[in-house]
Ligand binder design. Structure first.
Ligand SMILES: [Zn+2]
Length: 495
């Protein structure tokens, strides 16, 4: 599928990433005996100007209308992955930035695949840039399961419907509109903000963030922080608001199992066929109960949630609570909770045969395993092999990468806490582990602090629409997301 070699294209201005910040270079001049750099003077003036800036100067109604229309258009561009085809979406976003005078560029790493980046210049050369990361590709949608065509971008009952509304086109539009709002209000931040929307995230990101971090190092070489999907403003079952910030994730280990056997007439079957062998193997994997392990981060996560809700006091010490078999059974019955305390093994793709009365000579399955941070994939493979205990079954690794964590304490985490204080009555900010994975690890591997946090408020019910049918986002959530993102950029930008 990715036949052609890497190529770059559509650079509106190949040097935008390395241009000096207007004239604010450290040229020095003397004023009444003291030596001030122009940059410092400008910074002081601008800080004063920014302080005078009234947040009410933002026209939130107009920004929300614009965001809703843009998101609807964005959803209409079918970026189902495979094959992705993100290029038209990348071009649309680039044009939007250019119209407001924010330099932007599109990269085409492989034919039809797109990445878009834009940079809002700040005035603080000493502050590391903040990357707002999102992805343009979406998982496929089966129109039969939907109440509206999944790529219609329909606006209904105050919601924008369509594949990608939450994952991850909505968050991308929140980031984009926040940058436009800052630019239009002439607020100068003391650091650069870089928008990056990748492709290919939904199948592992090798042709998206993986390619970008390897080939376009200029885009992020001055950056220290990444805000990505994977966390956000959540509401617990009792209605308490909290900020979930993903600092690490489970490590994927995707396997392909292949079985072989004699072909022939299904009316006279041999004792074992490729299909029966595969079913046997999968049966053993499905029955496997990986051991429970409560990592310190997970223990703390549940403790913080328990502190919000008196009814959840048992979660104050999850490790201890899980030693009670009844509680354990109840806890593990919730798939998301189960995934937080153990490795998981999930068969997802099965293929074999083409006609009812013909025994096929081969059968295969794909299995999605997710390992807790720190688990050794080699040791896990050994467990899988011993469980299956059948030399006929070939086991290959399709995808595996080690997990990395960003520190819990950082300038960005402080800014998120300040955001909570200013906008959400000091709702607790809780570092979390993601049971899935996203593009953050590509940036963590390059030494950047990457958090999963999108400042959009989502209930558990809304969160479950991700990758499901009838995915949609409320226009009020979009508005709140933009308002909070503007505030977060201001905080990170020294205001
Ligand atoms: Zn996503």
């Amino acid at each position: 599928m990715l036949a052609r070699g890497p190529r770059r294209a559509h650079l509106c201005c190949p040097t935008i990433w390395t241009l000096p910040v207007i004239q604010l270079q450290p040229m020095r001049f003397r004023t009444s005996g003291s030596c001030l750099s122009i940059a410092l003077l400008a910074s002081l003036l601008l800080t004063a100007a920014a302080r005078a800036e009234n947040p009410k100067t933002f026209d939130w109604d107009a920004l929300t209308r614009e965001a809703a229309a843009l998101l609807s258009d964005y959803i209409k561009i079918d970026t189902s992955n495979p094959p992705g085809n993100e290029l038209p979406a990348a071009r649309m976003l680039k044009e939007k930035f250019l119209k407001d005078g924010i330099p932007a560029a599109v990269f085409e790493p492989f034919a039809g695949r797109g990445i878009v980046a834009a940079r809002l210049r700040g005035i603080g050369r000493n502050h590391k840039a903040l990357i707002l990361l999102s992805h343009m590709d979406v998982v496929p949608a089966n129109a039969k399961e939907w109440s509206v065509p999944p790529f219609s971008g329909q606006v209904r009952n105050g919601e924008i419907w369509g594949r990608g509304a939450l994952d991850d086109k909505g968050p991308g539009i929140v980031a984009l509109m926040a940058m436009l709002a800052i630019k239009r209000s002439r607020i100068l931040l003391d650091r650069d903000v870089v928008f990056i929307a990748t492709g290919d995230e939904e199948v592992g990101g090798k042709s998206g963030a993986g390619w970008l971090t390897e080939h376009e190092t200029n885009l992020y070489k001055d950056a220290g922080y990444v805000l990505n999907e994977g966390g956000g403003i959540r509401i617990d079952p009792a209605g308490h608001l909290f900020y979930s910030v993903a600092i690490t994730e489970k490590s994927p280990l995707w396997l392909r199992l292949s079985a072989s056997g004699p072909t022939g007439h299904a009316a006279a079957p041999p004792a074992q066929t490729a299909v029966t062998r595969l079913i046997n193997a999968l049966g053993k994997l499905v029955d496997y109960q990986p051991p429970i392990k409560v990592l310190p981060l997970v223990q703390e996560y549940f403790k913080s949630l328990a502190a919000l809700d008196r009814n959840q006091s048992r979660l104050l010490d999850l490790q201890k609570a899980l030693s009670d078999p009844d509680f354990q059974k109840q806890f593990l019955a919730a798939p998301r909770d189960n995934a937080m305390v153990r490795d998981t093994v999930t068969p997802t793709v099965i293929s074999a045969g083409y006609k009812t009365n013909i025994i096929p000579s081969s059968a295969s399955a794909e299995v999605d395993c997710r390992l807790l941070p720190g688990e050794d994939p080699g040791a896990f493979m050994k467990v899988i092999r011993e469980l299956i205990n059948d030399d006929n079954i070939k086991i290959e690794q399709v995808l595996s990468f080690p997990t990395m964590a960003s520190p819990e304490k950082s300038e960005l985490m402080n800014a998120i806490a300040t955001l909570s204080r200013r906008m959400d009555k000091d709702a607790p900010v809780i570092p979390a582990m993601l049971s899935g994975f996203n593009d953050s690890h590509y940036f963590r591997q390059r030494g950047l602090v990457a958090y999963g946090f999108v400042p959009i408020e989502l209930s558990g019910q809304e969160g479950r629409m991700v990758h499901g049918a009838d995915e949609r986002i409320a226009i009020t959530s979009l508005r709140g997301g933009i308002q909070r993102m503007v505030e977060l950029l201001r905080i990170m930008g020294g205001q």
